[in-house]
Write a protein that binds this ligand. Sequence first.
Ligand code: GLC
Length: 609
Amino acid sequence: MISTASIPTPYDDAVQARFAALWPIVESRFAKLYGADARGPAVLERLKTNLLKAAHARPEPLRALDAARAADPAWLHAPGQTAYTFYVDRFAGDLNGVRGKLDYLTELGVRWLHPLPLLEPRPGDSDGGFAVADYRKVDPRLGTIDDLEALAGDLRQRDMGLILDVVCNHTAREHAWAAKARAGDPAYRDYYIVLPDAQSAAARDRELIDVFPDTAPGSFTYDAAMGGYVWTTFYPFQWDLNYANPAVFAEMLEVLIFLAAKGAQGFRLDSAPFLWKQAGTTCRNLPQTYEIVEAWRAALSIVAPGVVLLAEAIESVEDVLPFFGGEESGCNLAYNNVVMTALWAALADGDAVIARRCLAVAARKPAQGAWLNYVRCHDDLIWNALAAYAPASDLRRWSNAYGNGEGFSRGRAFQTAEGGVPSTNGMAAALAGLTADADGDCLGARRLRLLYGIIHALDGWPLIYMGDEIGLDNDEAYQDDPLRAGDGRWLHRPQMDWSLAERRGEAGALQADLFATFARLGQRARRLATLGVAGPARPVEVSSPAVLAFLRDEGARPFLCVANVSDAPQDFELPPAFAQGAEDVLDGAPSPAGAVSLPPYGITWLVAR
Ligand code: GLC
């Protein structure tokens, strides 16, 4: 029984009700994961105390946000919750710089900010901040925890939210836990996974799929202080945590709770598929991994129910869907990586057949979760993620088209695991074949607008990658920086070009055209909400392979998006519900009669009258 004697009113009831509903979920997942572990009961007890303390200490403005979201559970699915992702230093120098750019982001219609990792990294190469040395401090180059809280507060004032990256699969080799482990503390040694000799490491390596086969081959790194081979799925300085240890499960949850109290409204769970390891498997997407995430969700909901969890799982849809959990608990959002990749593939071929197949699979998402729809992010474009939906010859053709200059793109090939095809690096503009001096009507600009037009029409949240709104180009300069030269993904992590952004006000400039398009897409998507558009995007069968059409018809009014993924004009005959009159939501054009004609890479959004 929990003592409520010291708990302040008037919040007791709400916290107690959430605790009563959700703690059994935490307990049940915990029992499955750690039932046999003698350390389990003490960890669970500590967790319970800390959760309740944090729930009662939750600051008033954050409680208000929780309450508003709880009162309107459908809020997650409202169209037009545009998110924007960026590296803090490359966008605006530091956190206070970001605070100074909120007018720009508001003008663009952004509702959610997702800065890439900003917690204190290891010194030197930190894989873009994905090697965290301290989860409770901000990278001093970017600011302080107070600055982070201030940014979160500014955002709340504007009805915007902050999503933080939580690198939960691994810590930096320099993290205090690793330091204690290396100093011989057995409790902390068990925070990591150490194999005794090269032979056993090699045996496990044969079961695993390399993430960085060229720059960080293998998944184990010899460490003399640890007296063995430490599990390092990514770079040698990123030490995988041992989630078979209940203390690790609790530590990372407490990190989420700490950051939620600072005003974070969401967390991106980095490398989510890798959490649980088990001999004889690839150690990706194991059932225990999903259970960990479900338990975290339930626990976080006791403290901060309005905070969302985003799964970073760049896997097949079948492996991503369980991250949404059952009806009771799971991530709220997951990257729609399969559809994203298939859209680029469609542009390469001028053929949307695979993209339709991927849309149909993505529509199997459970209703409680939402897709995060995107065109580009800070990582490479992973063609192998489409292996379940397209033959290897297709994957190779797309990889060549985008990475080897065999198509319109100026992307570049990136490393790949044995048996796979090379991934592709490059900014969206470069992949689409767009240069900064082009005019807004060129094919490259049309391709970029088309992709963003589609992701704003799908169900879920649209995500803009920093600079795409002004067609920002590749950054070749990374090759001159010894800390970045070794990782080709820096090609698409440029500095924001604010002088280019200024041109958004210049009539006729490419940047003006693109920025206005992006802003309009967000507005129009929000209008879909007021028109009562809802439900998953389901592909419509069309005879021309160049047309991608999808219907969302579970709301008050059916919605149809028709996109031409080719450079030749296409006609599309409207289904009966739209043929009798439809509103063109995107361009406000007169109601089409019976059919729509789409120019090269054209797109239209229609709501039935
Ligand atoms: C995720 C990140 C990627 C990083 C990796 C290791 O996939 O998106 O940038 O290299 O995790 O943390």
